[in-house]
Design a protein around this ligand. Structure first.
Ligand code: KG4
Ligand code: ZN
Length: 332
């Protein structure tokens, strides 16, 4: 079974080749153009996808040492994501599958983030809980089988990745700021400043309040001392990161307690955060959880996770008709 997978939901153009259950290549072209605008510009993202897609796919096939003719199926991200970006990947995948006369497989991007755990060992056992944290989503997912997932908690407003990026923007850091907050936080004191954690009932999250709290905090401090941010960058970043990580782990603990599940995974771009990785590992040790954290490469957007998700669908004969169109708001 040889699957070519394409991911183009946001600002990374990626292609991956999976051969008999193993990822043979995973090529990712990041779009640097958005940095100067402080966020992803949808129109520019779709144009960049159009420029990148052919070379990225050719490179993925070359790295895997496989010819197009040897492919058994073509997979692509149907949603959720930006419509223009999704259209590029979907159209390319449809045309390729049609030309080669092989099956087409649509993949849900959020399902793929969870299934990234099946690329390498150790793999979580079912049922497990997955905290999926990215620039667009914050979800606690109960996973009962590869294609059997239920969202049991989610954000009511901003995603946690957005909270990282917006906080970074307030600090004058370039987009995407999440990795930079992580970098500065390493040298800072996480308890230097305190920000209020919003209290949501059940397993849901809210991150819009903390963004506002940080805005007012910085406004007041810089009024008193214009050099405040520069002088305290590490402590501010460490405190913001600590607050966001604690908000995530509080709900994860509650979800584990309520479901009795002790197999715990994290996925999505924010699972690359070193503060979250360390805190989750320590929490897991103290509570007797088995914790699964993907390799960095498989945390942020990539086509290898689309390929592994497509493999599960291929095995079930779950193919997609050529009439398919992207779904920007696709549910899990
Ligand atoms: O999953 P992803 O690559 O794309 C989406 O589907 O959104 O996630 C991107 C998000 C961005 O908000 C980015 O700032 C955040 O993940 N991110 C991080 C780190 N690496 C990526 N946030 C905090 N710490 C990091 N190390
Ligand atoms: Zn993603």
């Amino acid at each position: 079974m040889n699957i070519l997978a394409i991911e183009s939901s946001c600002d990374e153009t990626s292609a991956s080749v999976l051969v008999n259950g193993h990822i043979r290549s995973n090529v990712i072209a990041t779009q640097l153009i958005h940095e100067q605008y402080g966020g992803v510009v949808p129109e520019l993202a779709s144009r960049a996808h159009q420029q990148h897609i052919l070379p990225v796919v050719e490179r993925a096939l070359a790295d895997a040492n496989l010819s197009k003719k040897a492919l058994s199926a073509v997979a692509f991200t149907r949603g959720p994501g930006l419509l223009g970006s999704l259209l590029v990947g979907a159209s390319f995948a449809k045309a390729l599958a049609l030309g080669l006369n092989i099956p087409l497989i649509e993949v849900n991007h959020m399902q793929a983030h969870v299934l990234a755990h099946f690329i390498e060992n150790p793999k979580p056992a079912f049922p497990f809980l997955c905290l999926t944290v990215s620039g667009g989503h914050t979800q606690i997912v109960r996973v009962d089988g590869p294609l059997n997932m239920t969202v049991i908690g989610q954000t009511m407003d901003d995603a946690v990745g957005e909270a990282f990026d917006k906080s970074a923007k307030l600090l004058g850091l370039p987009y995407p700021g999440g990795p930079l907050v992580d970098k500065y936080a390493k040298a800072g004191n996480p308890l230097a400043f305190r920000f209020p954690m919003s209290e949501m009932p059940n397993l849901d999250f809210s991150f819009s309040g903390i963004k506002t709290a940080i805005l007012y905090f910085l406004r007041d401090r810089t009024k008193a001392n214009p050099g405040f941010i520069e002088e305290n960058m590490a402590d501010i970043c460490a405190s913001i990161q600590h607050t966001l990580v604690q908000m995530l782990l509080t709900k994860l603990k509650r979800a584990a307690r309520e479901t009795g599940i002790r197999e715990i995974a994290i996925a999505g771009g924010v699972s690359a955060n070193s503060g979250l990785r360390t805190a989750l590992t320590q929490l897991g040790e103290s509570l007797g959880w088995k914790v699964y954290i993907p390799r960095f490469e498989y945390c942020t957007d990539n086509a290898a996770m689309i390929a592994i998700a497509a493999q599960f669908k291929y095995e079930q004969g779950d193919f997609t008709a050529q009439t398919v169109s992207p779904m920007p708001r696709m549910e899990l």
